[in-house]
Structure formats: C-alpha cells, structure tokens
Design a protein around this ligand. Structure first.
Ligand code: P6P
Length: 323
C-alpha cells in the first residue's frame, strides 16, 4: 500500500507543501494516540477556560491545538497559523509561504462520551509579505486553498485530503505509524435521501430551511417524493466522512439565536476545507445562497451557514432559498 508521501509525490505536490502536510500528520498521529488512551492518559474533561468562540475548552482541545501550533510555527515553510482555539493568527517563518488554518479537535463535546472527533486543516499560500500574525494575509476565499483535509479519530484513524486532484482516503497503520492509501478518488453519490441537521434548532431557522425540512419529513407523499432518513453525530468531520462514503446532505444553517453571527460553523477552518474536499469529490457546498468557497472572508473567525453533500440535494436546498 502507498504511503502518504508517495501519493503526495505522485500528485506533484512540491517538497515544501509536502513537509507542511507531514507536520500536520505528526501532530494528528499524536492526537490519535492521546485520544486512544482516553481516561488512562488523565486528559479528558474540560478546562476552566473559554476560547474566542465563547466555548469551554476541553483539555484535549488545548493539547491538540498546542501540538499543531508548535510543530507548524517551527516549520520553515509556514508563514503563520490560524486556529479555532487561538484569538489571533500566529506568525511562523517570515520567509515561509504557506498559511495553515485548523480546527484542532472538531466535535470535542463528543470526547467525554467516546464518540468520533476530528482535526480539520486548510492550507493557503501567502499572496504578499504580511507577517503571519496579521490575519489579513489569511483572508482569501476558499478557492485559493492549495490543500485541505481532515483526520477522523474513530474506530480507525482516517486521513481524507485533497491537493486539488481529487480526494484520497488514508488509514493510519499503527504497526508502522504511517497513513497508508486505502481508497482513491472518492466520489459522493449525486442523489441522497439522508439529511443531517440539529432539529432542536428548527424554530430558529429561516422560513426557507424550515420549508425544506418540512418537505423532507412529508416523505413519499410530499413534494420531494421520497422517504428521508436522518443522522446527527454533532461532529462535522464524522458527518462529512459519512457523506463522502455513502452520500447525504449536512446542514448547519443560519439561525436567529444570535443574529450577529452568520451561523455556528467557521469559514476558514471548517467551511472552506470541507467545501474543497466535498467539491473535489463531486459534491456541492453552499451557504444556501452561494458557494461557500466564493465567500470573501472578513476575519479569521468568520462564521458561515453550511449546506454540503450530494450535489443534486444541495441544489434543491439552494432552490428553496433562491427561487
Ligand atoms: P450542535 C462541533 O462543535 C461543531 O462545530 C461541528 O463539528 C458539529 O457539526 C456542530 O458543531 C454540532 O453543533 O449545536 O449540534 O452541538
């Protein structure tokens, strides 16, 4: 089986970007080990601190963030990093050309109940000489990404990533401590009858989203003419992975609980990387009114409504919002 470095080389990824990606993997392999230790490592549970998002940080949120931040800031090809867990972007090497954004441990509310969590990462190229501690150098739309991926820490640890030539799946072989290629050129089925959304927020949604979900629940007799199933794992990485493997649609739409926020999920290290992966696998990713990767970021922690997955189902949801 091909190792990650062999696949990256075959995809024409230059040595500098390859080293950046390999450093992300070094951190993720350590995160996978620590998660696997669970209670034995004495690092479950929450800290006393809140992150910039206003969310209580789990101990493993902080540990995962530090692992990724420390190795990437020391990488000679990294200009800077942006993290869900850091208030501001952090400078790396002034001569580095790559910018890395990440959600170090997405879905961390699942940690203490031993459910799936993941790491999401995105790589951009600096377009000017601004320092990595100036967030402006990161503020590029998702189409500028040169790489995007996630590591899903589940029954096995899986890496799914793209550098713009399709999406490959790697499985962590713990016998050799390497991610090895286990599925090439993933393709999302264009049709689906499985939606993922947190239904408890229904009263806060826009009318268009309420109408789409109401119509899904009408099943075969409704305007969508088919019986839908539902999933909700409360871990975006797990939902996106399921969609990559068997199709589906994942939605975290705008809701009016906090009208100042465009949604719950963050554009730069959740929406954009997952959108690149989904589009590279033949799916679609929208705010409900425009492609997520066309959204112009104003800040490193911008939020965005997310509707992604099987492209024909995403098109239906967009039609509900734009007709
Ligand atoms: P809720 C995890 O906190 C996350 O950012 C995504 O991974 C997940 O899809 C969503 O939030 C879950 O949100 O409101 O259902 O807990």
């Amino acid at each position: 089986m091909k190792r990650l470095d062999q696949v990256l080389a075959a995809d024409g990824v230059n040595a500098e970007l390859e080293l950046v990606i390999k450093d992300v993997m070094v951190a993720c392999k350590d995160i996978a080990y620590k998660l696997g230790q669970g209670e034995l490592a004495g690092i479950l549970g929450a800290t006393e601190d809140e992150n910039v998002q206003g969310e209580t940080q789990k101990m493993l949120d902080v540990i995962s963030n530090d692992l990724l931040k420390d190795i990437l800031v020391a990488n000679p090809y990294v200009r800077g990093v942006g993290s869900e867990e850091e208030d501001y972007t952090i400078a790396g090497n002034a001569d580095g050309k790559y910018l890395v954004t990440f959600d170090p441990l997405d879905g961390s509310s699942n940690i203490d109940v031993n459910l799936s969590v993941g790491t999401i990462f995105s790589v951009l190229e600096a377009q000017d000489n601004k320092s990595g501690d100036n967030q402006e150098v990161f503020l590029q739309n998702g189409r500028k990404q040169v790489a995007a991926g996630y590591v899903l820490y589940g029954p096995s640890s899986l890496l799914v990533m793209t550098t713009g030539n399709g999406v490959n799946l790697f499985t962590l072989d713990t016998n050799i401590g390497e991610f090895v290629l286990t599925k090439e050129a993933l393709q999302i089925p264009e049709e689906t009858a499985e939606f993922a959304i947190n239904m408890s927020n229904q009263r806060f949604w826009e009318p268009e989203m309420k109408q789409y979900i109401d119509d899904c629940l009408l099943g075969e007799e409704g305007p969508l003419g088919k019986r839908y199933n539902m999933r909700w794992v409360a871990s975006m990485v797990a939902e996106v992975h399921r969609i990559l493997i068997r199709g589906g649609i994942f939605m975290y739409p705008y809701d009016n609980r906090d009208p100042s926020k465009a949604g719950k999920l963050r554009l730069m290290y959740e929406g954009n990387p997952m959108s690149m992966i989904v589009e590279q696998a033949g799916g679609a990713s929208s705010t409900g009114r425009m492609d997520i990767m066309d959204v112009a970021p104003q800040g490193i922690h911008d939020r965005v409504p997310v509707v992604l997955g099987s492209k024909n189902e995403v098109a239906k949801v967009v039609a509900y919002h734009t007709k």
